[in-house]
Design a protein around this ligand. Structure first.
Ligand code: AP5
Ligand code: MG
Length: 214
């Protein structure tokens, strides 16, 4: 099963993608997590991506597409995957579609997690992220067991640089201009599904599993 998560920054794509990955036994592939891991390790890719990410801009398509295609070519992606944060532009979606078609494959579901901008701004300020393992928390909705420490790997939690309020607004603008057109793109291909992302995480997940089946 090949699934794409669509939705604004902070809509809960990562939260739902992790739950999908666990339930259906497929890898969770997040371009944002790949970039953040590279930034943390000080790689050349990380240095380049950071310049864009800190401003709330998209990392250029050439770079992003290469990384994503490398990742989904790995063995663990053979039986499918859930993509979180990719594609984010029409050109990215077209490259992915062409690459899949070359192998006789296609995307099965594009799930749009709908959340209005007002809710997003409130959510982001409360998010805390682990840059080591990619786990995310929310100071009210999903607090870690021990304040400021990741439950999974014990590292310190941080407020992502791009979760500062002025950058969140930029990310929302970029989303509306460059990423939202993907909703029509996948609707035309008959694979678009929409869930109400303002509900509790468990209710959003129930809507997702109703689409994907058990
Ligand atoms: P990325 O890491 O993908 O960030 P994003 O899309 O901006 O999305 P977020 O991770 O912020 O939000 P999310 O939807 O995953 O929400 P989450 O589940 O954490 O990308 C970062 C940057 O990398 C981009 O800006 C860009 O520069 C670059 N990049 C990445 N991919 C790229 C690409 N393909 N092309 C070009 N550039 C790319 O939830 C948010 C918070 O809300 C959490 O605290 C969570 O606990 C809480 N929450 C979740 N669900 C609920 C709920 N139902 N109710 C209450 N709280 C909830
Ligand atoms: Mg995310």
């Amino acid at each position: 099963m090949k699934i794409i998560m669509l939705g604004a920054p902070g809509a809960g794509k990562g939260t739902q993608a992790k739950m999908i990955a666990e339930k259906y036994g497929i890898p969770h592939v997040s371009t944002g997590d790949i970039f953040r891991a590279n930034i943390k390790n000080g790689t050349k890719l990380g240095l380049e991506a950071k310049q864009y990410m800190d401003k709330g801009l998209l990392v250029p398509d050439e770079l992003t597409v290469r990384i994503l295609l490398d990742r989904v070519a790995q063995d663990d992606c053979k039986n499918g995957y859930v993509l979180d944060g990719f594609p984010r532009t029409i050109p990215q979606a077209e490259v992915l579609e062409a690459e899949l078609a070359r192998r006789g494959e296609k995307i099965d579901y594009a799930i749009d997690v709908e959340v209005p901008d007002e809710n997003i701004v409130r959510r982001m300020g409360g998010r805390r992220a682990c840059l080591s393992c990619g786990a995310t928390y929310h100071i009210e909705h999903v607090p870690p067991k021990k304040e400021g420490i990741c439950d999974v790997c014990g590292q310190a939690l941080v407020l992502r640089d791009d979760d500062k309020p002025e950058t969140v607004q930029n990310r929302l603008n970029v989303y509306h201009e460059q990423t939202q057109p993907l909703i029509a793109f996948y609707q035309e291909r008959g694979v678009l599904k929409t869930v109400d992302g303002t509900q509790d995480m468990a209710d959003v997940f129930a809507a997702v599993t109703a689409i994907l089946g058990t």
